[in-house]
Design a protein around this ligand. Structure first.
Ligand SMILES: C[S@@+](CC[C@H](N)C(=O)[O-])C[C@H]1O[C@@H](n2cnc3c(N)ncnc32)[C@H](O)[C@@H]1O
Length: 237
């Protein structure tokens, strides 16, 4: 069993240097631009409700931009959350590590962006009965003791027609050791990451439809070429 306080300590200790990795801090222009392009396809800027309200008598009028309510679970230093806030969406980030949440809030303030960052667990985000248009998680599922329960919880937090966006990968196969992590990490079901096929099988019964977008070949996303499996799963409820 993984020790939750050891998980918090691990991420708190790494919070100050977390953004040094190219795909975390998104400091380099091409990396930032590559990530900034993705939300446009993952997050509806004109949800179905807004599109349905466009009068039939004005077919050439593009539906007005409608900000989405986005919940970023395990948001870390808020890099993706803030890209979405910059695109005009209403974003809530949740993370277990106070150091991560503090950095995310500082980055938002420095950029003059409005976003809400809350300390809490991803499997039961502290957002009460609020519903969201999008629940986003990047590189989080591997560290959850019960990822299936978290997936069910996230789907339950979506409005009808909402989207679950999971940016995931498989960085190590079982048996391979990785960088040191919290005690008990070997017991995690998806330690080392989860392949697209396995994640799709877990998500499919919970949603109306889903698609997988391979991301390994887009070196700009990662700050260089990668050889392991990386992808986004986008599901609609
Ligand atoms: C690999 S980082 C990814 C951060 C961010 N999603 C990103 O892509 O930049 C994993 C994050 O999940 C957080 N985390 C780990 N377990 C968590 C849990 N049970 N609930 C909430 N956050 C968690 C960590 O504190 C860390 O910030």
């Amino acid at each position: 069993m993984i020790d939750r306080s050891a998980v918090v300590d691990h991420w708190d200790a790494g919070a100050s240097s977390f953004d040094d990795a190219p795909d975390h801090g998104l400091a380099a222009g091409p990396t930032r631009a590559a990530w900034a392009r993705l939300p446009a396809t993952w997050v509806p800027s004109a949800p179905d409700a807004a599109a349905a309200c466009t009068p039939a008598s004005a077919p050439d009028t593009a539906p007005a931009f409608a900000p989405a309510d986005v919940l970023d679970v395990g948001c870390g230093t808020g890099s993706l959350a803030l890209l979405l806030a910059a695109a005009g969406h209403r974003v809530t980030g949740v993370d277990l590590a106070p150091g991560m949440i503090e950095r995310a809030a500082r980055k938002a303030a420095a950029a003059g962006l409005s976003a809400r960052f809350l300390l809490g667990g991803a499997a039961g985000p502290p957002t009460g009965g609020e519903l969201f248009d999008v629940v986003l998680a990047r590189h989080l599922l591997w560290t959850l003791p019960d990822p299936g329960a978290a997936l069910r919880e996230w789907v339950a937090r979506l409005r009808p027609g909402g989207r679950l966006v999971l940016v995931e990968g498989r960085w190590r196969v079982s048996g391979q050791s990785g960088p040191p992590y919290a005690a008990g990490a070997d017991s995690l079901p998806w330690s080392g990451g989860v392949g697209a096929g396995e994640l799709a099988a877990a998500v499919r019964p919970l949603v109306a439809r889903l698609r997988i977008e391979p991301l390994s070949t887009n070196a700009d996303l990662w700050g260089g070429p990668v050889t392991d499996e990386r992808y986004a799963l986008i599901a609609r409820v």
